[in-house]
Design a protein around this ligand. Sequence first.
Ligand code: ACO
Length: 323
Amino acid sequence: MRRSVFIGCGSYLPERVVTNSELAASVDTSDEWIVERTGIRERHIAASGEKTSDLAIAAARSALTVAAIEANEIDLIIVATATPDETFPATATTVQSGLGMTRGAAFDVQAVCSGFIYALSIADNFIRAGSADTVLVVGAETFSRILDWKDRTTCVLFGDGAGAVVLRAAEAKGEITDRGIHSTCIHSDGRMHDALYVDGGPSSTQTTGFLRMNGREVFRHAVVNLSAVITEALNGLGLTPTDLDWLVPHQANQRILEATAKRLGFPLSKVVSTIARHANTSAASVPLALAEAVGDGRIKQGQLVLMEAMGGGFTWGSCVARW
Ligand code: ACO
């Protein structure tokens, strides 16, 4: 059988770091409140004129370097983003030309914070079906552009960044010891629109709009849905939490992360957390955390990793892979 093996990952964070205390100079908030409620201490913010595609291209280049492949070896680029450069064309096509690619296909996926998991699921299906051999999957966001900086309940929570992975088809035995993706589970519930959305768009207001959120509602559903989709993934593969080496969760809030791990009886020492330094980077948060944990040697080849995310829609999902 064919499996999608991770052959490289990379990341990019904008240069400018904004601490909670700096934010507190212009927003009615405090470092103490933000740290206690979210675990966030600072976030990276894109420079003026720095676009989502710029972040995505930088992350993609670092993933290609680690994978030791040329851009023209890629058959498909999927960019997960809720903050595209423009309404169209897809940011993925800008990434394609930015990488100097003259072949293949490129498109965006919109599942907000779950976008990277959705994109992995699509990429894995393309590879398993034999429709692509090498796929670049990028999660990239400039959420700072859709934040209402007068709304303290949301603007303190997000940051900008990008992460990327390269997946390549490999023949496998069909056993849990195989390297590569073993399962992806994705879900959505459109009835939850009002809990987390952007109040604008080309077809509704002809403006970009700002992020609006009912934080408590999101928190409540996040822990329940994430625990359920992790259990679904484990049960589907006949695994228990003890079989996992690492949990790489969407970085929304340290309390969501801890509550989910506790519900599963999963030790926090095996949970990758970047929330303190990156804040919530939406579709970029899982690949950013992945790139960090692989880069510093925590995640090693042969280890079993579970990634999960939940975001606006609601959308949520998980991916189990042997690194
Ligand atoms: N600074 C200081 N005070 C604040 C701030 C702020 N930035 N924001 C809100 N407050 C105040 C509120 O006004 C309220 O004051 P009041 O009691 O006088 O009315 C008080 O703090 C408590 O507000 P709550 O909203 O009840 O605080 P809560 O403990 O629920 O924490 C938070 C809010 C952090 C948003 C939490 O609900 C949360 O993390 N929800 C999940 C949201 C999330 O992760 N969204 C990301 C997108 S989806 C995803 O990625 C999963």
